[in-house]
Design a protein around this ligand. Structure first.
Ligand SMILES: [Zn+2]
Ligand SMILES: [Zn+2]
Length: 109
């Protein structure tokens, strides 16, 4: 499964998948899920298991999505308002962030 269309909305990233599914991910959720070493490393230092960003240490611009680009045929990378761009979001990761009812219900099972 791969994205057929990726669009930056005012508060969300919208992804249309090749199977017809539509995913919307708000920018805060997306930035908090950044899988890059810097973001994951800090999360580790704070004793958290999941990759987490201390949102209070980031300016509002860190949660502004500036641009989107494809990485090979498996991932997407983002440029954020604070110039952060090292996160490579695999399609699997992006799908796991989908906030639609059916995906949320699926993950709760
Ligand atoms: Zn990052
Ligand atoms: Zn979904």
């Amino acid at each position: 499964m791969e994205p057929t269309n990726v669009e930056i909305l005012p508060n969300d990233l919208a992804i249309n998948w090749s199977d017809g599914h539509e995913t919307y991910i708000d920018f805060v959720t997306l930035r908090n899920a950044c899988p890059c070493a810097a973001c994951r490393g800090e999360g580790h230092l704070w004793g958290k298991t999941a990759p987490t960003i201390d949102a209070s240490k980031l300016g509002a611009d860190a949660f502004e999505l500036m641009s989107v680009s494809g990485v090979g045929s498996y991932a997407i990378s983002f440029v954020w308002g604070d110039k952060h761009d090292s996160g490579i979001f695999s399609y699997t990761l992006l799908k796991s962030l989908c906030q639609c009812d059916s995906c949320v219900a699926e993950r709760a099972e």
